[in-house]
Design a protein around this ligand. Structure first.
Ligand SMILES: [Zn+2]
Length: 412
């Protein structure tokens, strides 16, 4: 079977989808369930139907477009990604995996391939956390990682719940029914831009993901005692910001000493109260984001930070409280999916890099219920989530080709 990707068509579809946006080109803004998002969905669905795929949508807005296999009762082989985009983003994040997945299916159809297992394109709803504060809402529900009850209660900035917003957008089904039945998929592969600089640095067009790192995020509140910056002598102080400074360095140190380059930790928010030049900080609110590819190592780093917090609290007589906001487990990609991707690359003589996904994706949650893997293509300077995000047409087409062949191997 000789497969050919219609690079010109794929690129023109990418450009067209980018125009369905709430930001001025080249920026793309497509927040879930806004008119732009609904228009983009309708556009995708029309293209899937044109390719002869049977389309359905679930109660949270995940789109499934199925190419029926010779054995329709067998578990399907899935591919796909997302089309929602954060404010002022680019046109490739997620979209490459959706339109690249669609083109991969069309290439298989043109090549005369007849899948045994159905091949299904998935467009995940609400991958970006922009509207409801949590990433990958669609795939969390599909995989049962998040309960329907918890999801329904999530609210957007205007205080509207997921339930209200989705119903108004026409998704009236029961959130309980979003979770996929056991054995629904045989395998899942997601094509995505790397969102980092490694492939470009290695001058390699393809990255086969070994594992997907996942974050734990915490909110930390430090309370000391305020006072006049002139009146309170140093020996009498319980300065919350000085405690925060020590804790931030302890966080950095804990991540650096984990023994693995894959451990990263960041304090990205530090709110100081009362925030006046002549007032001793009495309270500091911070956030902590720790990511790793190994759960045990990440938990180990968290314990080191907790011990440091206890020591700092005792030494400085301030209270330090932390609350875990979210802690998803990292995952290793499935060997069978990696093998299918590696073999596809080798058959063409395409060089590839085996790598870690530093950002998390819907595949992280899909991996809880199905053998899942990811294929990366480079993006210029590693830039993503910004208007100058760019992936070269040849790289996207090569990714779609390798994806098509992997889908063929997995659905035979
Ligand atoms: Zn993405």
């Amino acid at each position: 079977m000789k497969l050919e990707i219609d690079q010109k068509r794929l690129l023109s579809e990418l450009e067209t989808l980018a125009t369905i946006s709430d930001a001025e080109a080249p920026a793309v803004t497509r927040i879930v369930f806004t008119p732009a998002d609904l228009k983009a969905r309708a556009w995708i669905i029309a293209h899937c139907e044109e390719a002869g795929l049977a389309v359905r949508q679930d109660a949270v807005g995940n789109i499934f477009a199925r190419w029926k296999g010779a054995d329709p009762a067998a578990p399907a082989v899935g591919t796909g990604s997302h089309i929602d985009a954060i404010p002022n983003a680019g046109k490739y994040d997620g979209v490459v995996g959706v339109l690249g997945g669609l083109e991969a299916i069309r290439a298989l159809q043109r090549g005369g391939f007849r899948p045994k297992n159905s091949v299904e394109l998935l467009v995940f709803a609400t991958e970006e956390p922009t509207r409801f504060g949590i990433g990958c809402l669609g795939s969390r529900l599909l995989s049962g990682t998040l309960s329907a009850v918890a999801a329904a209660k999530l609210k957007d900035r205007d205080g509207e719940s997921v339930d209200d917003v989705r119903r108004r957008a026409g998704f009236s089904g029961n959130l309980q029914d979003v979770k996929l039945p056991k054995g629904y998929y045989k395998a899942f592969v997601e094509l995505h831009i790397e969102q980092g600089p490694l492939l470009e640095r290695a001058q390699t067009s393809l990255g086969i993901v070994k594992s997907i790192a996942a974050p734990a995020s915490l909110r930390i509140l430090i309370e000391g005692a305020g006072g006049h910056a002139g009146g309170v002598l140093m020996a009498d102080r319980k300065d919350a910001l000085c405690a925060a400074a020590e804790l931030i360095l302890a966080v950095e140190n804990a991540a650096r000493s984990s023994g693995a380059v894959d451990t990263v930790a960041t304090v990205g928010v530090c709110d100081v109260f009362p925030g006046a030049v002549n007032s001793i900080p009495s309270r500091v609110g911070m956030t902590l984001d720790i990511r790793d590819t190994a759960l045990a190592r990440r938990d180990g780093v968290m314990r080191v930070i907790e011990r440091a917090a206890k020591d700092i609290s005792a030494k400085r007589q301030v209270s330090i409280q932390s609350e875990v906001l979210n802690a998803d487990a990292p995952t290793d990609c499935a060997p069978e999916v990696r093998v299918a991707l590696v073999e596809s690359c080798r058959e063409h003589g395409f060089p590839f890099l085996e790598m870690v996904s530093r950002a998390y994706h819907d595949s992280l949650f899909m991996s809880r219920i199905v053998p899942a893997g990811m294929l990366f293509v480079p993006c210029r300077n590693g830039y993503s989530h910004r208007p100058d995000e760019y992936a070269a047409p040849e790289d996207i087409a090569r990714g779609a080709l390798v994806l098509a062949e992997a889908l063929a191997k997995l659905s035979t």
